[in-house]
Design a protein around this ligand. Structure first.
Ligand code: BGC
Length: 262
């Protein structure tokens, strides 16, 4: 295990994915290892899956970074839209750490993917207001101003009057699958969503991440808002890379603190 290599784990509604990442280059140095998210996705079940990934890579000692689909404050899960309600109020990092025996740092999955895209992807050196929207079972968001993250934005949860209630029920990839929409139909919905976001946030750039970003060619013609919209170059590896960067930053902080103290 080299100094710049960290294990990143991305927890999603349908899969728990991990890989070892070279955080200086922003690239995976192993294949991704994915296991389906256990159902029900309770803390016990997800922590068991997390530990399975840790064991698969034979990871020991060094901090593990993780992206998790929830608003997280002071380490505690505040929302559970696409995971089991049992997570509410639970300390996520501590739970994973108990199961795997390594220190763990956790942040919102979209925020983490955004950090990777800004550091190594299409958001590199882009100033102004940059918004990352991840398309998957949910719609995740990460908002940056001049490279600084405003954490825990939940723009996929914007209220929609009528049957759908929140935007992600109308325009996430899960809505496309559930309602059997063609890419054209879904793309038109997603464009409507982005149009609304454009009105309320006025971003300079929108980057699309998550599994849905791999299919950008299938719906790009439907995206006709004024703001430039581009797919993430790291695609759905951004979550794993960002998680590993998070772990690296944490170890750097601990290292510099101990230097100051000791
Ligand atoms: C969750 C977000 C998450 C997004 C993508 C949403 O349902 O509320 O916290 O970032 O899904 O996983």
């Amino acid at each position: 295990m080299k100094n710049a290599e960290f294990l990143g784990i991305d927890i999603g509604a349908s899969g728990v994915k991990g890989a070892i990442v070279d955080v200086r280059a922003g690239v995976l140095v192993t294949e991704r290892f994915r296991i389906p998210t256990p159902q029900p996705s309770t803390p016990k079940n997800v922590a068991t899956a997390f530990n399975e990934i840790v064991r698969y890579f034979g990871w020991e000692g060094k901090t593990i970074g993780c992206g998790f689909p929830s608003v997280i404050k002071n380490g505690l899960a505040q929302t559970a839209a696409n995971i089991d309600d049992e997570w509410l109020g639970i300390n996520i990092a501590e739970t994973f750490s108990e199961y795997c025996g390594c220190p763990v740092v956790v942040s919102n999955d979209a925020d983490i993917a955004g950090i990777a895209e800004l550091q190594f992807g299409v958001g590199k050196n882009v100033n102004g207001t940059v918004l990352i929207i991840t398309i998957g079972s949910g719609l995740g968001s990460a908002l940056f101003r001049d490279g600084i993250l405003v954490p825990n934005t939940e723009l996929g949860h914007i209220y929609l009057k009528g049957d759908y209630n929140i935007a992600e029920h109308y325009a996430a990839d899960s809505a496309r699958k559930k309602q059997n929409l063609s890419w054209e139909e879904w793309g038109a919905r997603f464009n409507e969503y982005l149009h609304h976001i454009e009105l309320i946030i006025a971003p300079d750039l929108i980057i699309l991440g998550g599994g849905g970003s791999k299919k950008f060619d299938k719906f790009k013609d439907q995206i006709i808002i004024k703001t430039p919209v581009i797919p993430a170059v790291l695609l759905n590896n951004a979550g794993i890379i960002g998680a590993a960067i998070h772990a690296f930053n944490k170890e750097k902080m601990v290292g510099s603190a101990s230097k100051t103290i000791g």
